[in-house]
Design a protein around this ligand. Sequence first.
Ligand SMILES: [Zn+2]
Ligand SMILES: [Zn+2]
Length: 206
Amino acid sequence: MIQDSNKAVTIGQPPILASEQRRGLHIILFDKLFIRLPAFQTAICREHSTAVTAKSVASHVDLQHCFLAPGDRRRIVEEASALQDDGLLAADVDSIRFPNKIIPAIDGLPIWRDGKKCLQCGYIRRTRQHIQRHCRLEHGWVNPRGRGGKPGARLAGGLGEAWVDGVYCQRLGQTGALQRLFEVVLPASEKGEGQGESDGQGRGRL
Ligand SMILES: [Zn+2]
Ligand SMILES: [Zn+2]
């Protein structure tokens, strides 16, 4: 821990600038750390591949970017507040506009190609258990294999009656509501190479 002689800089200190002063604040440091996604009212940390909001940016930079000078971190928080004032950054997670249709893959986030999408409502999970549970609870789906069904009794195309497998998907972060998966299309440049084998987490596969 670096003990800064400047006692005024403590975690939890609100931004000092009044809202009218924040307007027109030049966004400099924020853009060095984050990729702005104004359409979704959020921004993605270039280093940690997670979305932030005006509210979460302070704890994100204090915890994950603690090597930055305290003044720089405070400046980033102020820039985030200015972006919020300009309607470019959500106040909190509840105000993020999650993608509700298929979008081009978002830069800076891992892409998975094993998404399982519910045919009835578009909900996506990456494991068979989770999507089965969703279809059962939300849509009254009945597993055609029945209880203890034999693995060999698989229907053609898997149990694909209720969902479709192999959907490219991303998520905005690793916690809470940010984990919600949404469908994406790969950039043309990535389609041929590697078949989208960019499982950034290397886990969760069944
Ligand atoms: Zn970060
Ligand atoms: Zn559904």
